[in-house]
Write a protein that binds this ligand. Structure first.
Ligand code: 5AD
Ligand code: SF4
Length: 477
């Protein structure tokens, strides 16, 4: 049923083989430098932005570890510092520039230090130009389409005098089977698709991540099976718009169908996904969620605005009414579901009335929580050239009111699990009390309860004693 085009498969196999050769060459070089210095070499990777970037960073760290670098959290002691950047809002860019100044100072003390930048921000020509001319101490620059080339780029840097810059506009191939170094032993992100075709008018993602491209189901399934064999209990299926998964495959497969396949994987206990788009959230998907024993009881469904007028300008292709109907349908089919969302305040031309509509949706949809963002103008997007940018003080005032409303509505429903026994996946020792552990319910809410590190990575039943706002305190049932 699942076929890959022969050409595509051959290309990605060739690309992988080529990188394996470079990994070996880099290993040799790392060994040499390490002998010269009389110590092992260390790498520090920093991730900005979303879950996609976090997953890419695991692949980048996997390559660096294969080459022979030991990971460190401390940039000062690193021989290679790699920033995987984000550009979805301007703040993310400013943070990177701020930190580059510090890296320059560190590099003066450790001339072996290699500074590498990759990710979404590097897909912007202005950024690359600025780094080429004003940040000459940066050694390697690459983008979102060629992260698999890290070893080759590093090797080129060692064999050249200047910056190595390699930015691709687009890619047709998806390189499978790269080495990865997972951050958590018991849960993992799994890319099911890359890129986005939606062109929401404020969003830079389609320009920096390219057109939508789905992975073949068999590769996704194989990756998850391997993860499970390696101790993973929970996967998060990742895509910018998971509802359009599979449409461009040779044999199209829907996201709902993919979920059913993933459900069959023995030993896998929990499935999450991110992010669905309201415009094409299907009844099939809701039904699969309802009937599944493994898909978590949580849906993150970005609304962005409650105003149908603004939604049109945002090119979201749904209305306030449609969104609220969806919420009703989801709650009807999956009564205990936890709903979260993303909201942007201060989109160009947003009036008080538009904003009131957003507050209205928050009250009606009763989100468990919401990520709230101040609109950030991104060069090259249609919204950047729209008239009527909203004054800063007005945006700030609306942002505060939105947060207050989100807190009020979330608080009103947050204690609904009190007195219930729920299965939770234990993630870590509690930051504040080492006799306690922190665990996640299927609805993504955290609970703290007495326990030790032997519980980490296991699913246990916990009695929810008390809601403390955004988290619970409990004890083992
Ligand atoms: N300004 C503010 N927020 C944005 N997002 C995307 N682009 C912008 C922007 N230009 C938000 C959206 C999206 C989330 C990942 O980031 O809410 O869902
Ligand atoms: Fe950006 Fe819209 Fe694509 Fe999400 S769906 S990545 S907001 S363009």
């Amino acid at each position: 049923m699942y076929e890959t085009s022969i050409n595509e498969r051959k290309l990605s196999e060739e690309a992988l083989e080529r990188q394996i050769v470079y990994i070996e060459k880099c290993k040799e070089k790392v060994r040499e430098i390490s002998e010269e210095l009389g110590r092992p070499l260390k790498c520090c990777t920093q991730t900005f932005g979303c879950q996609m970037n976090a997953r890419d960073s695991e692949k980048l760290l996997g390559i660096l570890e294969q080459i022979g670098y030991l990971p460190t959290e401390d940039e000062k002691e690193a021989d290679i510092v790699l920033y995987n950047t984000c550009t979805v809002r301007e703040n993310a860019n400013l943070r990177v520039y701020g930190r580059l100044g510090h890296l320059n100072t560190m590099k003066k003390k450790n001339p072996h230090m290699i500074i590498a930048l990759c990710g979404c921000m590097m897909q912007e020509p202005d950024v690359v130009e600025k780094i080429r001319t004003s940040y000459k101490f940066v050694d390697i620059v690459f983008g979102t389409f060629n992260i698999f080339k890290l070893a080759e780029l590093l090797y080129s840097r060692w064999n050249s005098n200047g910056q190595v810059i390699d930015i691709w506009e687009e890619t047709k191939e998806i390189v499978e089977d790269l080495p990865t170094q997972r951050k958590y032993p018991f849960k993992s992100g799994v890319n099911i698709m890359f890129g986005c075709n939606n062109f929401c008018s404020y969003c830079i993602v389609p320009y920096v991540r390219g057109r939508e491209k789905s992975r073949e189901p068999k590769y996704i399934i194989r990756e998850i099976e391997r993860l499970v064999a390696d101790g993973v209990k929970e996967v998060m299926l990742l895509g910018q718009n998971v509802n359009s998964y599979g449409k461009n495959l040779e044999s199209p497969v829907s996201f709902a169908e993919l979920l059913k396949e993933v459900e069959q994987i023995e030993g896998l206990e929990r499935i999450r996904f991110m992010t669905p788009h309201p415009k094409d959230l299907s009844d099939d998907l809701i039904a699969v969620m309802r009937d599944s024993k493994k898909i978590c009881n949580h849906m993150h469904l970005p609304v962005q605005s409650g105003s149908s007028r603004l939604l049109k300008l945002m090119n979201r292709r749904y209305t306030k009414e449609h969104y609220l109907e969806l919420v009703e349908k989801i709650r009807h089919e999956i009564p205990d579901v936890s709903l979260t969302t993303d909201i942007i305040v201060g989109f160009p031309g947003e009036t008080e009335e538009d904003f009131e509509d957003t507050l209205d949706v928050v009250r009606k949809a009763k989100f468990d929580s919401a990520y709230t963002f101040i609109y950030s103008k991104r060069t090259g997007t249609p919204a950047a050239s729209m008239d009527d940018q909203v004054p800063e003080d007005v945006v700030k005032n609306r942002f505060d009111r939105l947060l207050e409303t989100v807190h009020e509505t979330a608080h009103a429903i947050s204690n609904r699990y009190e007195g219930k026994i729920l299965p939770v996946l234990v993630e870590d020792i509690d930051d504040h009390d080492s006799s306690m552990v922190t665990a996640r319910m299927t609805n993504n809410i955290l609970v703290h309860f007495p326990g030790g590190k032997e519980l980490i990575g296991t699913v246990v039943d916990v009695y929810m004693d008390e809601c403390k706002g955004f988290y619970y305190m409990g004890h083992r049932a």
